[in-house]
Every structure is written in C-alpha cells, then in structure tokens.
Design a protein around this ligand. Structure first.
Ligand code: URP
Length: 409
C-alpha cells in the first residue's frame, strides 16, 4: 500500500500517518530511487544470512480477507544456514495489531463483541496462511483504559479460562495454531485480584499456561499500577508444538534483565505485546526489541495497538499540562526482529494488520555459536554485584581521583 490518500483515507484514517504515509518503510520506498532505497533498507533492516529479507507468498484467501476487512497484511522469511546434523526448524509466526472496534462509551458487552467480530477475520487470515503461532496485542479484549484510573474498567477483566480465551480456543483447534492471548485477568481463586496476563493456548485448544506482566509502568498516562501489581509468574518459557516461546509484556521491554531471564530459560521466540504511544516511546520502539533479539539470540515479535482511544472523562498526567481525554496515538508498527540483527519492515502506523514471518529457529543456536554472548557473559560477576547491591548497606564501587578534592595551594 502506498500513500494513505490513495486508499481514499479520511482525515480520521490519516491520523497517525507519517506525512500521509503508512509507515517509515513506505515513506522511504516512495521517495528514494530503487538503488538508494535498497541501500537504506540494508542499513535500516539489516541482512539475514547475507541477503535482504525476502517476502513470502500469501494465499489468495488471506489476501481477500485483508481487502474485505481493510487490514494490512505482510509476510516475510528469515532463513538460517543449512546444518549437516539438524533439519531446518521453520515456524510460521503471526502478529496482529488492531484498533478498538467501538467508542469507549458503548456498553461493555458490545465493545467486547465488536472486538471479537473485528479479530475473527484477521485470525482467519492467519489460519488460512498456515500460521503456527499467533500473538495478539496487550489487553486486546478492551480499550487501554488504564490512563483513566477509573475502576469501572475492572469489569472487563476475565479469568484465564474466560470468554476471550474460549473465543480463541476455537481458532486454535480449527487451525492447529498456538495462540498467545494477552488479557486483563481476574484471578477468582486469589481474592478476585487483577493482573495483566498473557494466556498461552496450545494448538489443541488447551490452556498451556499463563504469564503475568513483570514490570508495571509509572510513566506519563500509563497509570497501570492503579489496577494491577507486578506479576508473580517469573519468566516462564512455554514448550509448544512449534518451539519454545515466552512473553515479555509491554513495559518489560525496557528491562534488559527481563529479556535475559526468558533467554536463560531457553526461549526461542519472545513476544512483546504492547500498548504504547508515539510521543512517549516511538524512538525506543525499533531499537529495544531488536537489541533484545541480538543480545539473547532469539526471535522477537513486537506488537503495538493502533489508533486513538477517547475516554468519556478527562484526566491529567501530573505534569502541569491541561487535562485530556486520550492517551495519544497508538502507533502500531508491529514487526519481527531476528537474532542476527535483521528485522522485518513494520506494519502500518494507523491501520489494523497481520504480519507473518517464517523463521528457521536454528538461527538462534547458530548466532550463539557465532557470537558467543552466552559463553562470554560472566554471569558470576553480576550475581556477585546483585548480591551486594541488594543489601541495605551497599556502597557503589567508585574510585575517586585523589586530586579531585585537594585544595589548590
Ligand atoms: N502498556 C505499557 O506498559 N505501556 C508503557 C509505555 C511503554 O512502555 O512504552
């Protein structure tokens, strides 16, 4: 897709574009000559096994769904070197980004139903494309209402086996697909407490397990600590029919040790379902996940919701600026990063979308062998450092220049 006006976009749809373009990649491809664009892409997106990332053919039925339901659809292929003793282990992975389906003022049950109706065809497109593992965005079953601090949004929370999970279990069974479903969780058995949780649904429609968001933001309008606490599930890796996966939920991507812990537990693909806005985090977005993929020798799937969600009652951010009724623009831009530093272009900044990648997960070990980051990590140095740092009488290891505080004579 080219410039968004060419798709008959309204002003509403244009909101979130970059000077009328869907994404940075589209802006560049439309404005640079092909040779220059190729060179810029090489530097921006890296090289996979020495060549630019290739696109893969998407079935016509999936393309038809994307045209009918107006969502962005892109597909790529990450290769690995051929090995003599192991067969390639190619997994097809999908990420879905979407806006909410009804205004936040609509009755809650209607909002949820409309989201199910919106997601259905996109999941069908993933199924028709043979996706093995699919991940949805953070708290996909509701508006990201945590800016408001209003408790009425808690009503949307669901148990791990609640209606959103049941909705997705059908698709998991139908398409033999593992689905990662990030929800607002209500833990019925523990005082009805709330968590920000990813439910892992196996390819037989079974619930394999859950992970609760470890790091809760206290930045800008991200008032999530009003609703739920830091997760208590550690850093689980889920061994699925298609590979070992983990979920680093949104703000956890700013914590390199969170990424590391999933890697130490053996993750091959880590998803980062997110809800974040342009003014706050866009310069960080293309860097952090990609860096995590490189540093931990695994693939990362980054997902961010799209659109501007307007809430009935205005709120303030405690920064002296005027009250407002929205978070800002959720800029989409979902994409994959690989352990060899290559990455896919991003989905649209303002449109629903599905990005698919084939990935030969043999690349993870190949990169460990090449770079040796695990072998050279010197974890014992850091274990010792943390041991000391966590003590109340910790003193930073600073060696002061003895001349610094000497009086000049
Ligand atoms: N959902 C969430 O944790 N957002 C925090 C903002 C950010 O990390 O960019």
């Amino acid at each position: 897709m080219e410039k968004s006006e060419e798709n008959g976009s309204t002003d509403e749809k244009q909101r979130g574009s970059i000077c009328g373009y869907n994404s940075l990649q589209h802006l560049l491809s439309e404005n640079l000559n092909p040779q220059l664009y190729q060179e810029v892409s090489r530097l921006l997106l890296g090289m996979n096994c020495g060549k630019a990332l290739e696109t893969i053919v998407i079935p016509e039925s999936a393309k038809a769904l994307s045209s009918k339901h107006d969502f962005d659809l892109q597909a790529f292929e990450f290769s690995a070197d051929k090995e003599l003793l192991r067969e390639p282990r190619v997994v097809r992975v999908g990420l879905i980004q979407n806006s909410i389906a009804l205004p936040t003022t609509a009755p809650f049950s209607d909002q949820k139903k409309a989201l199910f109706e919106k997601l259905g065809p996109i999941i069908d497109a993933a199924g028709a494309s043979g996706v093995n593992i699919l991940c949805l965005q953070e708290a996909w079953m509701m508006p990201f209402a945590f800016c408001t601090r209003e408790k009425r949004w808690c009503e949307l929370a669901e148990p791990v086996n609640g209606e959103s999970t049941q909705f997705l279990q059908e698709f998991a069974r139908k398409y033999n697909m593992v689905i990662v479903s990030p929800i607002l969780e209500r833990d019925i058995n523990h005082g009805e407490t709330l968590w920000n949780t990813a439910v892992i649904i196996g390819n037989n429609g079974n619930i394999i397990g859950k992970h609760r968001k470890n790091h809760i933001p206290r930045v800008g309008d991200f008032n999530e600590s009003t609703y739920y606490m830091e997760g208590n599930t550690g850093h689980p890796v889920f061994e699925t029919a298609y590979g070992k996966i983990a979920v680093n939920i949104c703000y956890g991507r700013h914590h390199p040790l969170n990424w590391l812990a999933f890697g130490l537990n053996g993750a091959e693909i880590v998803f980062n379902p997110s809800a974040t806005v342009g003014e706050l985090s866009e310069p960080l977005w293309p860097i952090e996940a990609r860096n995590a993929a490189i540093a931990n020798s695994y693939f990362v799937g980054s997902i961010n919701r799209v659109g501007t969600e307007i809430f009935p009652n205005p709120f303030t951010s405690g920064d002296g600026k005027p009250q407002h009724s929205d978070f800002g623009h959720f800029y989409g831009s979902s994409h994959f990063s690989a352990p060899d530093a290559s990455c896919t272009p991003s989905l649209s900044r303002f449109k629903d979308g599905l990005v698919i990648s084939d990935m030969d997960i043999n690349l993870c070990r190949q990169m460990k062998d090449k770079w040796g980051f695990r072998m050279t990590a010197r974890y014992e140095l850091y274990a010792d450092m943390f041991g000391r740092y966590l003590k109340p009488d910790f003193e930073p290891q600073v060696i002061t220049d003895p001349l610094l505080h000497k009086k000049s004579s």
